[in-house]
Design a protein around this ligand. Sequence first.
Ligand code: MF3
Ligand code: CO
Ligand code: CO
Length: 272
Amino acid sequence: MQYVIADQENMLRDGSIKLHGADGFAGMRRAGALAAAALDMLIPHVVPGAITAELDKLVLDFVLAAGAVPATVGYRGYAHASCISINHVVCHGIPSEKTLKDGDIVNIDITVIVDGWHGDTSRMFLIGDVPLRARRLVDVTYECLWLGIEQARPGKHVGDIGAAIQAHAERQRYGVVRDFCGHGLGKLFHDAPEIVHFGRPGTGPELRPGMFFTIEPMINLGKPGVKLLDDGWTAVTRDRSLSAQFEHSIGITEDGCEIFTRSPGGFDHPPY
Ligand code: MF3
Ligand code: CO
Ligand code: CO
């Protein structure tokens, strides 16, 4: 595995792992804070009856008003400022005229670009009265993200993150999605390395200061399998079981990691 210093900003998606300096951390802090603030802004609007396309419009307006742009508009043909994934939708749910219903669990995923830097984060929202089984899935998925983050420090390996997440999810007999993963990011949206949410400790690339990547476990109440709908984006659980996800963008520091996408309002997990 190849590591390159990113101070002469390297824009190539060439499989190398970029190691960033102080300017990168400063840029990611601003991008991450804006993405997280967009999720905070949505909280009072994510209620029973809300139309997902209107939530997406709120995100678009908020990001543009901040002088930034959504990374997802125009990304491989995607046309929206957010992904809104309801119940058995695993990820990449497309905003539409669909409304949120009492008892739904919903992931909203936002990526923004600020001065070229990408901030990518998602959280779960509970709509009205959510059954205990679904709330437990959401809580455990948040714990999985944190157990992954706790492994993120120099000397650890990418496989330590996946192993910690997989162990916790499978202890509850939940399924860890294999078909989507976390990713390096920075000036690029999706870059090396892949951060899979399962695996063996000590395997994969070693973590070094200056690496930027996301951790974004998708955990199913049932089996891990997913399928893609005909729209080419929406991923759903094969067994139609509920799925949950949380995502942070982080940077490896000398002694741990910095989380770029913490909620400015302290609303990192529901209930908000
Ligand atoms: N934000 C997603 C991720 O976590 C990617 C969404 S790409 C889109 O990597 F085109 F579906 F928006
Ligand atoms: Co991501
Ligand atoms: Co995302």
